[in-house]
Design a protein around this ligand. Structure first.
Ligand code: F3S
Length: 386
């Protein structure tokens, strides 16, 4: 890969071993994928933040990066708890201490102390056509598909290296020719509510590439569909006709046609008598927060069902009147964490969620192995109300 003089100097250690190490990571990735050169980025999003997921090895690595600073606006993925709800999330002292050390290590690098997988609402908002380096598969697919920014599906370490160097190798979804559809998905039904995440789970399992959908929905529907596709498969971008910003040129290459029938996604459905309703994977939008508040306003909560909503701090602040309604009702709106990376999956055995991604992970032993039901927002809210 071609390097500028300045990049070569960093690689040779002019800025110290830690910067050289970060540059070596980018050069290695660039060489593996045949990138011509590095390109500047405008934003980074870092995954690998919860102590539950990175453990002591991750913490040791982060501590070893003393002295480095990020070059571009950079945000963090959710961590293992909301500091205001340590008891509800059963956080022990050791977990708390280690998690805070991780956050400190990141903030010392100049990374914003906001922990969300939806930085695109308020905290770290890329524009159409910008090159960015994001980890967190749900944010990657949202940025590529719904915003039209350009990012590969970075890992925790490559996103961090890009944030520190301010660049990423030019390959994959940074190039226009790789952003076209590879599959056209025909549906024999009109998706509604939970059909979107269930469709995402199914399509993620059956294709590799960039699907093109002819469906009607809103940003939140497609956020849930994309997150599920990215969790059950390796999909990093999709197009929706008449909706996503790059759909017009998306069909200019060779595509494979696939039909999905209603019965295909019905197989993903489960009926569970839930004890926790968890909404906000990915973290809720202001609109979703509003819909929850409007539904529960003035109603009484069932005592045997818990309602937890997960949001970015900025969304919680912007929607504080909705938060008050939800919390007066008896639910909790948590920030900085999520149903998957906190202990929620180990505390509750039967969980209801709007999220195909949460269902995908929570049913795995590592995340608690709970029974999970994916349902639309109002079905879940009905189960919380007396
Ligand atoms: Fe976000 Fe956690 Fe879901 S990081 S996409 S809320 S698993």
């Amino acid at each position: 890969m071609y390097l500028t003089k300045e990049e070569e100097r960093i690689l040779d250690g002019d800025l110290g071993e830690n910067y050289a190490k970060m540059m070596r990571i980018l050069v290695k990735i660039g060489d593996i994928y045949g990138a011509e050169r590095l390109i500047p980025i405008t934003s980074a999003q870092i995954s690998g933040v919860s102590y539950n997921t990175i453990g002591d090895h991750g913490l040791y690595f982060l501590k070893s990066l003393r002295g480095v600073k990020v070059k571009v606006p950079t945000t963090l993925n959710p961590l293992g708890f909301d500091e205001k709800h340590l008891d509800e999330l059963k956080v022990n002292k050791e977990f708390y201490r280690k998690q805070m050390e991780i956050v400190e290590a990141y903030t010392r690098m100049g990374i914003m102390p906001t922990a969300t997988c939806t930085p695109y609402y308020f905290d770290n908002v890329p524009k159409f056509g910008e090159h960015i380096a994001w980890a967190e598969s749900s944010a990657v697919i949202y940025a590529n598909s719904i915003i039209g920014a350009r990012t590969n599906r970075e890992g925790a370490v490559t996103a961090l290296a890009s944030a520190i160097i301010g660049k990423t190798p030019l390959y994959g979804l940074h190039l226009s020719e790789n952003r076209r559809a590879t599959h056209v998905i025909h549906l024999d039904f009109e998706p509604q509510g939970e059909d979107f995440p269930l469709l995402g789970l199914y399509v993620g399992k059956i294709i590799r590439g960039i699907p093109y959908f002819k469906v009607r929905g809103n940003r939140d529907d497609f956020k849930l569909m994309g997150a599920a596709m990215a969790a059950s498969g390796s999909i990093a971008m999709f197009h929706v006709e008449n909706f996503t910003p790059e759909y017009v040129d998306a069909l200019s290459g060779k595509v494979e046609r696939i039909t999905v029938e209603k019965k295909d996604i019905e197989n993903e459905k489960k009926d569970v008598n839930v004890e926790l309703v968890a909404i906000g994977c990915p973290h809720v939008s202001l609109e979703e927060l509003k819909r929850i508040a409007e539904y529960v306003k003035g109603k009484r909560k069932r005592r045997d069902v818990t309602l937890w909503v997960f949001a970015a701090k900025s969304v919680r602040t912007q929607g504080k009147e909705y938060v008050k309604i939800i919390e007066d009702f008896g639910g909790l709106v948590m920030v900085d964490t999520c149903v998957v990376v906190s202990n929620a999956g180990k505390i509750f055995r039967r969980i209801g969620t709007t999220s195909g991604k949460a269902a995908f992970y929570l049913s795995k032993e590592k995340f608690g192995g709970a029974e999970v039901m994916v349902a639309d927002l109002y079905t879940l809210l009905r189960s919380v109300v007396e």
